[in-house]
Design a protein around this ligand. Structure first.
Ligand SMILES: [Zn+2]
Length: 630
């Protein structure tokens, strides 16, 4: 898109072309590709798809979606595609994979042929890890991501390729989706013709144990929570939680002012046997979490921030998207350098909305911030890898393991990005004598006519100019110092500028305790510098910590503490006892087939992070987390 020199001109230009940018309007009508997906064997972990392409004789290249929007990686599950067969008039047409692009298939359409059939299966037998290519089906539910079961002509912009999709489900299953339905009878569903970009943006959730809740009855747009679970009991959301989700919808309205969808569906999967993540879409979100997340107190707290984060993406990520992530199709590479806005601002707004809607208390919101601030305050990897590089390298950091994470760094543009945006928010409130905030930024940056999905791309300069329009300041310098600098103070500054201090006490941090209960580990990052599973397996060692100095590393297994068999309690007691002793803590540890003794010379006691109010400063954090809808 052409760059504009004046802001006013740019705004007028954008208003003029917004209808053209609409996701629903294809620039040129083309005959639809029929796509019939048979999910009746989903419990067996296999999907079948049958496509019918209108074609012309001659060379034809069909491609399988490679770069999946929202996943920021070239991770379309091509290795799960099997049974690929092309036919015309009952005859098989041979194909050859491209030797450079593994996602492209070349074939030669014979003379006289105008319709090409294509069959493929997508295997769902993936591990419960990763993103939408991970496990997505159980015996009683399935999440269908359409990109897994289709091909499309190479070089075709996704908004111009029309599909006519249909879906067959196992007997007795119900479903939910934002995709407009033409006809549904029993388990057979026919959808309205739709452009490829909308199809890929509109997954379907289905299952035996299924419930659809209208969160905003009688209102336009409508908001639905479509839930598929591995048991009937898991669907029984208590009334207070339902109220919090209604609040979430109201609070997003108060924050952004405009909604860029016709209606919105939370597609919530509750299962211990699928991959756990959230994936954003314009008019829905694919939210997958533990089976008892609506009914178990610990799982409820762990899950609280997922739906707020994914819903924020409808504005920040889908409607407003970095220009380098708004590729015309799924084959062209995406560039991830602005993920500190796409994901970092979403993480910040999502966590703010989690408290504003009541899904977590103010105290829980502060414990979460203390956990994040402490993590980065003690992360030596910030001395060599700037925050910007965690976004630039996101393509492989998404797949990086947990071990040595403090030294390698991971996808820190989420959590350190959250602290960066807290710093922006607190700084803007201070600069404007508390008259402007990120809430005002959202109304300008994410505003527009609304009513249906649209795309408005942005650059770094667009972010900066919107901030300047609210509070004249060197925002470019502010952001670049924190993005490009090594070991800047941002995480601590963010907390301190919002009126609080990071402190450490012997009392466990609630966010870390909940995470520890879910992951079955003990996090002693800020004392020994050790995270250890309940069986003694070392998950991680903080680089430069006392455990590091003693020689411990991830993958080892602690078997004894000061001569006694390891358990989490004995390790905590040993750390407490060492605080009043000069003797080191002795750990007997298996390192592969060998046993080794390690002496940790640490006497600082147990240390867990919390926020403490700084009465010398204004409490911006309380204002930020406060409910806006009265
Ligand atoms: Zn996200």
């Amino acid at each position: 898109m052409r760059r504009c020199s004046s802001q006013n001109l740019c705004l007028k230009f954008l208003i003029a072309i917004l209808p053209l940018l609409s996701q629903r309007v294809a620039a040129e009508p083309s005959p639809p590709i029929r796509l019939a997906v048979d999910a009746s064997r989903a419990p067996q972990k296999i999907l079948h798809a049958r496509m019918n392409f209108p074609v012309k004789p001659g060379p034809l290249t069909l491609v399988y979606p490679k770069w999946i929007p929202g996943e920021h990686q070239p991770n379309g599950p091509i290795m799960q595609v099997t049974g690929l067969t092309f036919t015309s008039g009952g005859k098989v047409i041979p194909w050859r994979r491209d030797l450079v692009d593994m996602f492209a298939f070349h074939l030669d359409v014979p003379a006289g042929v105008t319709a090409l059939g294509a069959d493929l299966d997508c295997l769902l037998s993936a591990p419960a890890a990763g993103y939408s290519s991970g496990a997505s089906a159980t015996a009683v539910l399935d999440v269908l991501s359409w990109n897994q079961v289709l091909l499309y002509p190479a070089g075709s912009p996704a908004r111009e390729v029309m599909f006519l999709p249909s879906l067959k489900l196992p007997a007795g299953w119900k479903f939910g989706t934002a995709l407009p339905i033409a006809n549904a009878s029993g388990e057979a569903i026919e959808f309205q013709p739709v452009a490829l970009n909308t199809l890929v943006d509109s997954p379907v959730i289905a299952g035996k144990y299924f419930r659809s809740i209208q969160l905003t009855p009688g209102q336009n747009p409508a908001h639905f929570m479509d839930i598929a679970a591995d048991s009937a009991a898991a669907l029984e959301m208590p009334p207070d939680m339902e109220l919090h989700f209604r609040n979430l919808v109201a609070e997003t309205g108060a924050l952004f002012g405009t909604r860029h969808y016709r209606d919105y569906h939370f597609l919530l999967t509750l299962s211990d046997d699928v991959a756990h993540f959230g994936l954003e879409h314009h008019e829905s979100s694919d939210d997958r979490t533990w089976e008892r997340s609506l009914i178990d107190d610990t799982e409820r707290i762990y899950f609280a921030g997922l739906l707020p984060h994914e819903m924020v993406h409808s504005w920040n990520g889908k409607f407003r998207r970095p220009a380098d992530l708004a590729t015309p199709d799924y084959q062209q590479p995406m560039k991830d350098d602005l993920l500190w806005v796409y994901e970092g601002l979403t993480e910040y707004l999502g966590d703010v909305l989690t408290t504003r809607s009541g899904l977590q208390t103010h105290a829980q919101g502060r414990e979460n911030l203390a956990h994040l601030a402490a993590y980065y305050a003690n992360q030596p990897g910030r001395q060599w890898r700037p925050l910007q590089d965690t976004a630039d390298a996101a393509v492989f950091l998404y797949d990086a393991r947990d071990d040595w994470s403090s030294w390698r760094r991971g996808t820190d543009f989420y959590d350190e990005g959250e602290l960066l945006w807290l710093d922006v928010d607190a700084t803007m409130r201070r600069l404007t004598d508390d008259r402007k905030s990120i809430d005002d930024f959202c109304k300008i940056f994410h505003g527009g006519p609304g009513g249906e999905p649209a795309l408005k791309t942005y650059t770094f300069d667009d972010v900066v100019s919107t901030l300047i329009s609210l509070a004249p300041f060197d925002w470019s310098g502010f952001l670049r110092a924190r993005l490009d600098g090594l070991a800047p103070n941002t995480p601590i500054e963010a907390i301190e500028n919002s009126g609080w201090k990071l402190v450490y006490t012997e009392q466990e941090n609630e966010a870390e305790s909940v995470r520890g209960a879910m992951k079955r580990w003990l996090d002693l990052s800020y004392s020994l510098g050790l995270v250890v599973e309940e069986d003694g397996s070392v998950v991680d060692v903080v680089h430069g910590s006392p455990a590091y100095a003693a020689g411990l590393g991830p993958g080892m297994k602690v078997t004894a503490v000061n001569g006694k068999q390891f358990d989490e309690v004995s390790l905590k007691l040993a750390v407490q006892a060492a605080a009043t002793s000069t003797k080191p803590i002795q750990l007997l540890t298996a390192n592969g087939a060998r046993f080794q003794d390690f002496s940790i010379d640490y006497h600082g006691g147990l240390r867990f992070p919390h926020l403490e109010r700084d009465e010398s400063k204004k409490d911006y954090l309380r204002e930020i987390l406060a409910t806006q809808v009265k």
